[in-house]
Structures are given as structure tokens and as C-alpha cells.
Design a protein around this ligand. Structure first.
Ligand code: ADE
Length: 241
């Protein structure tokens, strides 16, 4: 049996997903509860990664080594970087990069040493399915003005909450759409295991001086409905197991 893993970074998202599972059962590993069961008719394992790159990498490695997982979807929120990536929009990554990786001058800035690359591509079929599911979810939730963006998402162990840091990131990585704290770690682990993955993020803030206020409001009021809606639409469109 091959399961689809759904990984969330926040309790609010996990709660909404678990409430929609008829038969979830927890399996404890490394202090995490991996919830095995069904969602929208598919075999899934749902887990809270916690926050940051190390937590995400640990979670991904456990999923891939112990839970018979065929692919991983990472959900959560992100701060908008590119102009026009606004609060309430959705970003589907086509590639991920660690913006805080810097082994220069030994290796070019952002390159992961000994991998010969800075960017890790997501699975194109999964990403297209998630983009379509996000559009359907936004229409269902009555947010037709919200947009779905596809492109580069950057990750680092920092919550970006100052205009100056946002400006520096945009200057260094002009094609980055959004910033978060886990996706590129998941991407590197999935690359190591040769397993397809995708990252979908709802934009909770603009990674600027108001980011923490906007983020808390978005997580409390909106994030879990977005995540549940888009994950259900995505799974609905997959062939029956
Ligand atoms: N996730 C959501 N908003 C973020 C931000 N501003 N920086 C890093 N990760 C985020």
C-alpha cells in the first residue's frame, strides 16, 4: 500500500484535516503523532511537522522510511515577496531554495554543498493538481479576487518580519514569490529518497513590518479552511486507490 502524506506546519491546519478523517489512528515516532487513515477516499498519513527546516526534514525522513509513502504534499502559510502576491492568495511552488544556505566562498551562495544545486524542483503533475484544487477552493470560499501563483518559494529558519529583510531577499532572489520556513528542507529530503513532492502555501502576510499581526490573524481565521478545502479538492481528483 502506498499512502499520500499531507504535512502541515500548524496545529490549526492539522485539526481541520483530522476532523475530516473518519478513521484516523495515531502512530508515535520521534515525539510526533503520524495520523494514518483516509481522507476523501484516499489512503493518507497526516502529520504536524512543527516549524523550521530541521523539523520538516525529520518529519519527511520518518514519513519516507516508516510510512510507505508514495508522495508528500506540504501545506501551510507563507509571506508574500513578489509584487502582487497578496494576503489570501495561494502559492504553489515549482521549485524551492534555502535562502539562508551560504557556504560561500567554498560554494556559490544558496547552493547546497555537494548537491551541485540550489533549487529543487517539485513534481509537475502534483503541483498542477494542487493549483487547480486551489482555484476550486477559492471559488468555493467566495474569494474570486484571490489568485493562485506558481513559481519559486524560498525557505529559511527566520520569520521575515522587517521590510529591510524582505527587500534584501527580493534583491538577491528576484524571482522568489514567497518565503516560508520548511519547504526547501522537505524538497532536499524528497530528492534524496527519489519521491515526488509538492508545496502549497496560502499567503498570510507580506513578510514586512506588519507580518506578525497579519500572520496571527490569518492563522486564527482563515488558514485551516484553505488547507482543508484545497487538500480535499486535490484528493478528490486523484484516481481511486
Ligand atoms: N510563513 C508565513 N509568513 C512568513 C514569514 N513572513 N516569514 C517566514 N515564514 C512565514
Amino acid at each position: 500500500m502506498k499512502r499520500i502524506a499531507i504535512v502541515g506546519a500548524m496545529h490549526e491546519e492539522l485539526r481541520a484535516l483530522l476532523d475530516a478523517m473518519p478513521d484516523e489512528r495515531p502512530v508515535l515516532r520521534a515525539g510526533r503523532e503520524f495520523w494514518v487513515g483516509h481522507l476523501a477516499g484516499q489512503e493518507v498519513v497526516v502529520v504536524l511537522s512543527r516549524i523550521g527546516k530541521v523539523a520538516a526534514a525529520t518529519t519527511a525522513a520518518l514519513l519516507l522510511s516508516e510510512f510507505d509513502v508514495s508522495r508528500i504534499v506540504f501545506t501551510g502559510t507563507a509571506g508574500g515577496l513578489a509584487p502582487g502576491v497578496n494576503v489570501g492568495d495561494v502559492v504553489v511552488a515549482d521549485a524551492l531554495l534555502q535562502h539562508d544556505m551560504d557556504a560561500s566562498p567554498l560554494f556559490p551562495r544558496h547552493e547546497v554543498p555537494l548537491y551541485g544545486r540550489a533549487r529543487f524542483a517539485t513534481d509537475a503533475t502534483m503541483s498542477a493538481g494542487l493549483a487547480q484544487a486551489s482555484r476550486t477552493m477559492l471559488a468555493d470560499l467566495g474569494a474570486p479576487q484571490a489568485r493562485v501563483h506558481c513559481g519559486l518559494v524560498v525557505s529559511g529558519d527566520r520569520f521575515v518580519s522587517e521590510r529591510a529583510e524582505n527587500d534584501a531577499l527580493c534583491a538577491r532572489l528576484p524571482d522568489a514569490l514567497a518565503v516560508e520556513m520548511e519547504g526547501a528542507a522537505l524538497a532536499q529530503v524528497c530528492h534524496d529518497f527519489g519521491v515526488p513532492f509538492a508545496v502549497v502555501r496560502t499567503v498570510s502576510d507580506r513578510a514586512d513590518d506588519h507580518a506578525h499581526v497579519d500572520f496571527n490573524r490569518f492563522v486564527a481565521e482563515v488558514a485551516s479552511r484553505y488547507t482543508l478545502g484545497l487538500v480535499q479538492h486535490y484528493l478528490d481528483k486523484l484516481p481511486a486507490p
